[in-house]
Design a protein around this ligand. Structure first.
Ligand code: SAM
Length: 330
């Protein structure tokens, strides 16, 4: 953080040090709980921030104490020249941790370039190890994701985390298999509860599974002890005793974790979202395109923080968030 700059502290005393940066709202998959089949209503690409604009925005966050940035989407790997952007962001003073969330369909081609550009950690969405089921959930091919994961391992990313959305009646017979898969490959597993984000996310809550129950089930098969994970974010971790495997439970519905929220989200069009589960937002693109100075940009970010709500209301107001998850990147 630059001398004399205020840290980003929200009205509830939470320090914001993490920006999830959506570089595109487009995706090459159509997961049943995220985007509707056949959806094409994406933003036009001239609505997206350019790399120069992203670099300026993230530079402003970094001067205000943000040290962690995650590239997300949509599917971030469909944004052309992503390694170039990654290289620019990883060099910004103050940015100590640049990571990526991806469906890994295109990761085999891009893993090495992204690692060289300074991306150090990668999270891969993977809800099933069965090719037919994978096609049903996502519309895509499992072998590409597995190739991407192996390329990420070879490139040196650490840790590699698997994000598995727990879906009742869809993939709830596979948690143990996924634990074994992660044990074999040295990945970390994170299980996620479905969230009512966007119309498709809302419909998918019929597959909602309380992860507290899943934790008890896994504990009957594996020797689970409390685990810690540096930079673990909202997940509560257990470790399989005698192994390095950690299993994170992301439970926005059954046990929300808003009190320790440390993040904001910047969408591809430069809208700053203060909470995944609420609509409070401020557009930074007009400022960036109107030639705002660095001081003006920083002031706008500090002012925006005053809007950060205390918590999401997924339970109380499940109809509230109409944007799809792909706009803010989860
Ligand atoms: N395409 C990238 C990926 O696959 O990681 C980044 C964006 S994706 C929207 C981020 C994460 O959000 C994925 O792990 C996805 O499974 C999750 N997700 C999407 N919709 C969700 C929902 N309704 N409930 C819970 N998780 C969701």
């Amino acid at each position: 953080m630059r001398e004399n700059k205020p840290a980003l502290i929200d009205p509830f005393g939470r320090r914001i040090e993490y920006v999830r940066l959506s570089v595109t709202d487009r995706c090459n998959l159509r997961c049943t709980y995220c985007l509707p089949k056949g959806f094409t209503g994406f933003e036009e690409s001239d609505e997206w921030l350019t790399f120069d604009e992203v670099e300026r925005a993230i530079g402003a966050f970094a001067r205000l104490g943000v040290s962690k940035v995650r590239l997300t989407g949509g599917e971030p790997l469909v944004r052309r020249d992503l390694p170039d952007l990654a290289a620019r962001l990883s060099k910004l003073p103050g940015i100590a941790d640049l990571s990526l969330s991806t469906n890994a369909v295109l990761l085999a081609q891009k893993a090495q370039a992204l690692y060289t550009a300074g991306v150090c950690r990668v999270n891969v969405s993977l809800d099933t190890l069965k090719p037919g089921r994978f096609a049903e959930i996502t519309g895509g091919r499992l072998d590409k994701v597995l190739d991407g994961l192996m390329a990420a391992k070879r490139a040196g990313f650490a840790p590699i985390k698997i994000n598995m959305v727990a879906l009742k009646g869809v993939n709830d017979d596979e948690f143990e298999d996924m634990v074994e898969f992660c044990l074999v490959h040295g990945f970390t597993l994170r299980l996620i509860e479905t969230m009512p984000v966007g119309d498709t996310g809302r419909k998918a809550t019929r597959y909602y599974l309380d992860l507290q129950k899943v934790k008890r089930r896994l504990a009957s098969r594996f020797d689970l002890i409390p685990g810690v994970m540096l930079g673990g974010g909202p997940a509560r971790y257990m470790q399989v005793a005698g192994t390095p495997l950690r299993i994170g439970f992301i439970t926005p519905i059954s046990q929300h974790f808003c009190a320790s929220c440390n993040r904001v989200r910047l969408s591809a069009d430069g809208t700053l979202y203060l909470c995944l589960g609420q609509n409070h937002r401020v557009g930074l693109r007009p400022l960036l395109r109107a030639g705002a100075t660095d001081d003006e940009l920083e002031a706008a970010i500090i002012d925006a923080l005053a809007l950060k709500p205390e918590r999401h209301e997924f339970r109380e107001k499940p109809r509230q968030v109409i944007r799809f998850m792909s706009m803010t990147g989860g």
